[in-house]
Design a protein around this ligand. Structure first.
Ligand code: FE2
Length: 381
């Protein structure tokens, strides 16, 4: 995987010289979700997705107001946090948004400089650089606000070798379901409000030094009902990709609008996680109870004409409902889960790249039609 990153980064530097790497991001450090019941959510992510128990913070570690479970699968680290008492920002977030992503933490070499450089360029601070210590060393962290109530935390952990961070202890569980082959976060998508996409594109360009990777508009992505605009922002080494969606006017309410209504504002729409064997991974996830969107089997009728020859057995892909798209550099296989919590908001994408560096534009129509069938059932179309 590291070689993929290196190749990508070389290409990106040539193609996107305007992605100015004043804050080199080494990768996604963790994604923190605020959830209604962290203990049960942790069970779900272990059982259904194959995450492993890593660390815990709560009453037993001296934390009085919240509890956090840290889970990991290869390079993907999730933190699930719930409040232990009324009031406070976690409850406020839950009350507004339901379960959802609060913090997208980025791994940096210098969290102080990252905060200084981004706030200097116009970022609103979420919290100033601070150093936290325990017997395992120190972590420096700082935070800036992005769309909605979402925060980017910069994490500097070169002098830390504990299980996660000071304040957390190792979480030894007797229940350890096998991993499902999920490797790293490929991209994370944000939904922003009407007319706000360019504001956030500019934020990632100016404040974070990102470049725009690909753009498509509502002419590319629309069905009878759903329309959206989307732009993909990437950092200089290509390790962090943040597509940003804005709703567009359609005949009825689009999935982006539905998200904004139920999340009550902008937020993370989906987390795309990479596997190097999507058939194996999706087989496992289905067996473990992960629910995926269904595309009609007619999707596969002219598939080979559209995408050309592929290595995988088409009947296997059809059986699992895996989607395929091709661009100039290769192809990709992808599949989307249904929303993972109660509100129709956050979902996951499983993706396997075979050369393609795009995001499955050719599948958007089929995908949106599948989402619309779900929206119809919810009465939100
Ligand atoms: Fe995606």
């Amino acid at each position: 995987m590291d070689t993929t990153f290196d190749t990508t980064s070389l290409k990106l530097k040539k193609e996107y010289p305007d992605a100015e790497d004043f804050l080199p991001l080494n990768g996604t450090d963790y994604v923190e979700l605020y959830v209604g019941n962290a203990k049960q959510a942790a069970h779900f992510y272990k059982t259904a997705f194959g995450f492993q128990s890593v660390a815990y913070a709560g009453l037993e570690t001296g934390i009085k107001d919240r509890v956090s479970y840290v889970l990991q699968q290869d390079k993907i680290r999730l933190v699930l946090t719930s409040p232990l008492s009324p009031g406070g920002e976690v409850n406020h977030h839950l009350d507004n948004h339901g379960d959802g992503v609060k913090n997208v933490a980025l791994w940096v070499d210098d969290a102080t400089k990252s905060w200084q450089e981004t706030t200097k360029r116009g970022a609103e601070s979420a919290f100033e650089p601070k150093t936290i210590n325990d017997q395992n060393g120190k972590v420096v962290m700082s935070g800036i606000k992005t769309y909605g109530d979402t925060v980017h935390i910069f994490i500097e952990r070169s002098e830390y070798d504990g299980p996660f961070m000071p304040g957390y202890k190792e979480w030894k569980s007797e229940y350890n379901p096998a991993p499902a082959g999920l490797k790293y976060i490929d991209h994370m998508v944000g939904n922003v409000g009407w007319g706000e996409m360019n504001k956030w594109v500019e934020f990632y360009a100016k404040v974070m030094g990102f470049a725009q990777l690909i753009s498509f508009d509502d002419k590319d992505i629309s069905t009878d009902y759903t329309a959206l605009m989307s732009k993909v922002m990437t950092n200089g080494n290509g390790r962090i990709k943040f597509p940003i969606n804005e709703p567009a006017e359609g005949k009825k309410k689009s999935q982006i609008e539905e998200y904004l209504d139920f999340y009550r504002g902008p937020g993370v729409q989906h987390i795309a996680v990479a596997t190097d064997n999507i058939i194996e991974t999706v087989n496992q996830l289905r067996d473990r109870g992960v629910e995926f969107l269904h595309v009609p089997t007619t999707y596969y009728d002219d598939l080979i004409d559209r995408v050309g020859p592929i290595d995988e057995d088409l009947s296997e892909l059809k059986k699992l409902g895996i989607l395929i798209d091709r661009d100039d550099e290769g192809y990709l296989l992808q599949l989307f889960t249904k929303p993972v919590a109660d509100r129709p908001t956050l979902f996951f994408e499983i993706i396997q790249r075979k050369g393609a560096r795009s995001f499955g534009k050719g599948n958007f129509k089929a995908l949106f039609e599948a989402i619309e069938r779900e929206q119809e059932l919810r009465g939100t179309l």
